[in-house]
Design a protein around this ligand. Structure first.
Ligand SMILES: C[S@@+](CC[C@H](N)C(=O)[O-])C[C@H]1O[C@@H](n2cnc3c(N)ncnc32)[C@H](O)[C@@H]1O
Length: 255
């Protein structure tokens, strides 16, 4: 029987069916992620796939930006129900990003994921083999994630320092993502990065209060309350910022 790793335990603790309505209410598409993906994609893709689309917030915005046909899949029926409630135009299906995707061979120009790769544990080879299968030759895969440095510098770690160790245990390294892409046959085009600091608005603060970030559900309740008290005190003094950092790992299917 395979050993149950710390990473596997952390992954199993987050139940998106249970938190779908909280996520849908408090988490929106990141304008930074959307702008970066659009800027870095030279030719607008005709058909795009989001792997682990959740409420499809990024998929919906990118489909509109590129006038592309948007498709997505997720393993959480409740997250998909939230996605469907927000508009009918996307092709949304239930599926596992660590197993066979519910889409045909060579049917997309771009396949992307946002904040999902840390749920796949040791299944990165299967994930990227499937991304390669569903992309057309010339197609692009991009994984939007957090590097160890991103985890160190983001607001979550500043206010809730206990999340850092958990997140380092959950997230694969950028090198591991690149190696899995290469192993699946992608030509790896390297990683890009965005960092943005903006004021902590009331709506953003509410995301923390409601634990709309999964890492806040992995630390002890007393540590969560202590971090929230620090954040609320800084917010009351007008000194709280939201630091959003992302790393984007890019690959291309050549043949
Ligand atoms: C942090 S949310 C991100 C959702 C969406 N990509 C976004 O940017 O808002 C993580 C999503 O990954 C999904 N997920 C986790 N493991 C998965 C898997 N093995 N296959 C498909 N979806 C998965 C969860 O159900 C959840 O919807």
């Amino acid at each position: 029987m395979p050993a149950i790793t710390h990473r596997a335990i952390l992954i199993s603790l987050i139940d998106y069916d249970a938190i779908a309505s909280c996520y849908a209410e408090h988490r929106q598409a990141s304008p930074r992620v959307l702008a970066h993906l659009v800027e870095r994609t030279a030719v607008p893709p005709g058909r795009i796939l989001e792997m682990g689309c959740g409420t499809a917030n990024h998929l919906r915005a990118l489909s509109a930006a590129w006038s592309a046909d948007g498709a997505g899949f997720d393993r959480s029926p409740a997250m998909l129900a939230e996605a469907r409630a927000r508009g009918p135009r996307l092709d949304l299906r239930e599926g596992d990003a660590a197993a066979r995707f519910p889409f045909d061979d060579r049917s997309f120009d771009l396949a992307f994921s946002v904040d999902v790769i840390h749920y796949l544990g040791g299944s990165l080879p299967e994930h990227f083999a499937e991304a390669h299968r569903v992309l057309r030759p010339g197609g692009t895969v991009v994984t939007v994630t957090d590097s160890p440095e991103d985890i160190r510098t983001r607001s979550l770690t500043r206010y809730f320092p206990e999340t850092e160790a958990q997140e380092r245990a959950r997230y694969p390294s950028i090198e591991a993502i690149e190696a899995a892409m290469r192993g699946a046959g992608f030509k790896v085009a390297g990683a890009t990065h965005t960092a943005h600091c903006s004021p902590m608005t009331g709506a953003r603060l509410e995301r923390f209060r409601q634990k709309a970030y999964s890492s806040l559900r992995l630390i002890p309740e007393d540590r969560f309350r202590a971090g929230l008290a620090r954040l609320e005190a800084e917010h009351a003094r007008g000194r709280a910022d939201l630091v959003e950092v992302y790393t984007y790992v890019w690959g291309r299917r050549d043949g």
